[in-house]
Ligand binder design. Sequence first.
Ligand code: C2E
Ligand code: CA
Ligand code: CA
Length: 606
Amino acid sequence: MTLMPSAQETNQKTNDVTSFLHVTAQEAVFLKANTNEQTHRIATKICETLRLTMKMFEGSRDAVVITDSHHHFIDVNPAFCAITGYSKTDILHQAPALLNSHYHDSQFYFALYRQLLTSEQWVGEIWIKCKNNNLLPLKLSLYSVKDEQGVITHFVGIFSDLSAHKSTENELSKLAHYDSLTGLANRAQFVERLQFTLDMAKRNRHQSALMLLDVDRFKLVNDTLGHQLGDELLVQVARRLKQCVREVDTVSRLGGDEFTIILGTIQSSENAAGVAKKILHALSTPFILNEREVFVSVSIGITVFPLDGDSVHLLIKNADTAMYHAKESGRNNYQYFSDTMNQKMLDELEMETNLRQAFKNNEFSLNYQPQFALKTQKLIGAEVLVRWHHPVLGWISPAVFIPYAEKSNLIIALGEWVLRTACMQAVSWQKTGLTLQPMSVNLSGMQLKQPDLLYKVAQILEETQFPAHLLELELTEGVLMANVEETITTLKKLKEMGIRLSIDDFGTGYSSLSYLKRFPIDTLKIDQSFIKEITTSSDDSAIASTIIAMAHNLRLNVIAEGVETIEQANILLDKDCDDVQGYFFSRPLCEADFCQLLTKMQAESV
Ligand code: C2E
Ligand code: CA
Ligand code: CA
């Protein structure tokens, strides 16, 4: 009998099951050739079975993996390598943690092992991570293998790739989950993905962000160009949005002109601003619709998980609030839900340097908010409001930057620019045949303190040929009360020049009636905070009535600002308020839109 190494001996050198099968098969062949008939028969049978087992192991399209009782891989078949991308050498002696996708929590694995130990098998769906880091869904059957004494010696896993199956499933669910116009995820899919993102973020302790985007003035595009081109625009917007984010991020259309973006993983809250800037930039190039160039912009609200909320509902709600904040701040910009975050971004901008730069680069422009006589609804003039378009951040609200401009003294130059530009603009409209309109210009407290204020104003009126009696300067109560005697002297001189004066945000400061009588003013502007609640708060309604009655007693004109609804307008009419401004009548308009309004009004009055 020829001596040959036993399978046991060979197996001491390697635990590899394939080698084991090879050696055992060789032993069987050896036995077949060297033993009696019965042993020969048994050996032939073993030989056959081993060959078949080997074929099945090697040729199976399902992946087969074998671990020892300590869960270390001791062999895998070629299908395993093909599916996971790992070679045999990569995987040998490693623990299954190598394939962990972090898709399942520890409870999942705990339940799996418990069942495997008690029932000797576990069958189910599981996600693994492949060598290229892609996540893969599997149909997995796990078995424990015991020896004669019932002690577990091995575990065997057999699995197949479910991604193809999933993709047919996906095809079917596509209709239910995707927006038919843009091909983006629809609302149902968006909510599902957001929930999944939050679950993953909670588990892996990372941050995620939700962005809510609304196309500015989409209704106008739809109304002027028609629904078909409106749809085409949405398709093109969707395409550009997708190009701004990573493959793993989700862009959805909630309906109408509302889109969302889920940023699955962000390193810090500031990352979301980076994406928002990219989007604003990507949309700044005009769209071509029916050979026409169309300009659109979006307002973006950003919420960050877990900073701003930890549920789908709360994050959507907060993103919505932030988006409205962006609209209020002049559209074409982004806002974080958390004010501290907004503030941080702005501080980082080094506001003062930026403001100076902005001034040099002509980044400021003017809006005109029409003012109307309440009884006749006739246009009586406009309030001039400054706007700042930062090249990266987009529109920044004057409520944010004016305080910085005041701190840095830049308000002097900016205020002068606003006055000159508004007067020049009004006169240029007049030159095209339109009636010259009264202009109300906000004057900062800093400007009022300048010794050369009167000279500067006179110079601008002279230069632009804008008549003094059509100019009204607005000063807040706080500014008037800061230095009463000096202020009265300056105001009297402005009055002598023929300029009208008004008290802005009236009701929020502490002006006493005796002082009020001494200021040479023409108009009181009821602060918008009282108008906001005028229909629901009896206090605010009473304050508005008192201001109107007091103004009339002092022979002052009274204008309510921030009128947003017809109910507010009707109450003010009942209270005998003279004039109004606010979103119900008109939002602040850019130069071209205000000129258009003037033309329309003039045509109607003929
Ligand atoms: P303000 O003088 O009280 O101006 C009215 C503000 O209310 C404007 O905000 C206007 O857009 C907004 N508004 C008008 N109608 C409505 C409405 O119906 N509802 C609501 N919620 N708001 C309405 P804006 O343009 O953001 O200006 C904010 C503030 O910035 C101004 O408050 C003013 O204090 C200051 N500001 C704006 N332009 C200038 C300027 O040229 N010079 C100076 N010194 N300050 C300016
Ligand atoms: Ca004002
Ligand atoms: Ca005001």
